[in-house]
Design a protein around this ligand. Structure first.
Ligand code: CP
Length: 313
């Protein structure tokens, strides 16, 4: 594997999960693999989990991580081809990616969508520019349309906590105060489509995700109907995809409550707004897997780094 930019880069999710669980059991067993290798983490947006877990994963492999908040601390980067750079951008991605490639053996990038320009967001111009102009492997730490490290993490967490051969997994939209990207939901859908689970999505009218991603997955507009016999309820807000980036509803009837959860396990990628998305009592209960999900971020990232290091010696 050269790059990890999408759940599509996972050739066999079951073997990846098994390998991640092995890493989790003994995270330092491959401490020599990344010796004298540098991981560069470039953040165009905020992060807690991704920033720390990916560094932790690199350290577990003996790598040296270096981190930069690109938006705050670097020169403004221009991505347009042939642009006359007489505006706010001072450095072109062609030079920036080539330069960072000289300092790093792998580059990881986080760049959220604008949620105003659908075509530009879907072109993944930031992530794809790094892939094009860097000379080293690229990892997505969440891009405009996907969060593949989170999707892999969630697959591992569901496998570990499943008591059934084929559990029922529900992805539910929940209300939020601002417009959020589709990336986490998209990668979760793609990960579940690769697993042996009964998977459905529930969201209000107007909030269907990109049909090229949901494909034939059943979508309910009735949350109660979708939650029937659920083993895992994965909750996430996303803005409208059809009315791109708009908040069409803040319907509190979609909040996850203890009653709705029933016997299911609760999942969320974090950060989560308490009592907006989900009630305190759910997050504070033993049914919540959110802290375990965050823990598994390290092993998902470590697996991806390991595969790239092994394949690009
Ligand atoms: N889940 C996740 O990506 O968390 P951060 O935004 O804090 O990295």
């Amino acid at each position: 594997m050269k790059n990890y930019t999408s759940i599509k880069d996972i050739d066999n999710i079951n073997t990846w999960i098994q390998e991640a669980i092995k890493i989790k059991q003994n995270p330092l067993y491959n401490k020599e693999l990344g010796k004298n290798k540098t991981l560069g983490l470039l953040f165009f947006n905020s992060s807690l989990r991704t920033r720390l877990s990916t560094q932790k994963a690199a350290l577990n492999l003996g790598m040296d991580p270096i981190v930069m908040n690109v938006s705050g601390d670097a020169w403004g980067i221009e991505f347009g081809d042939g642009t006359i750079m007489d505006g706010n951008t001072a450095e072109h991605i062609k030079e920036a990616a080539a330069v960072v490639s000289q300092y790093c053996d792998i580059i990881a990038v986080r760049a959220f969508p604008s949620l105003t320009d659908k075509e530009k967001d879907e072109s993944e111009h930031v992530l794809k520019s790094f892939v094009e102009f860097a000379s080293v492997p690229i990892i997505s730490m969440e891009s405009a349309t996907g969060h593949p490290l989170q999707g892999l993490t969630d697959a591992i967490t569901i496998f570990e906590n499943s008591t059934k051969k084929k559990p029922k997994v529900v992805l539910s939209w929940a209300p939020h105060i601002k417009a959020l990207p589709h990336a986490v939901a998209n990668s979760f859908v793609q990960a579940m489509q690769k697993m042996d689970v009964e998977f459905v999505i529930t969201n209000p009218e107007g909030y269907n995700l990109n049909s090229e991603i949901t494909k034939k997955t059943t979508i309910y507009h009735n949350q109660k109907e979708a939650f029937k016999d659920a083993d895992f309820i994965y909750t996430k807000n996303w803005s409208s995809y059809d009315d791109y980036g708009k908040v069409l509803s803040r319907d509190d009837n979609w909040i996850i409550t203890k009653e709705k959860l029933g016997n299911a396990k609760f999942m969320h990628c974090l950060p989560v707004r308490r009592n907006v998305v989900v009630e305190d009592v759910v997050l504070d209960s033993e049914s919540s897997l959110v802290i375990e999900q965050a823990n598994n971020r390290t092993y998902a990232a470590q697996l991806v780094l390991k595969k790239i290091l092994e394949d690009n010696k």
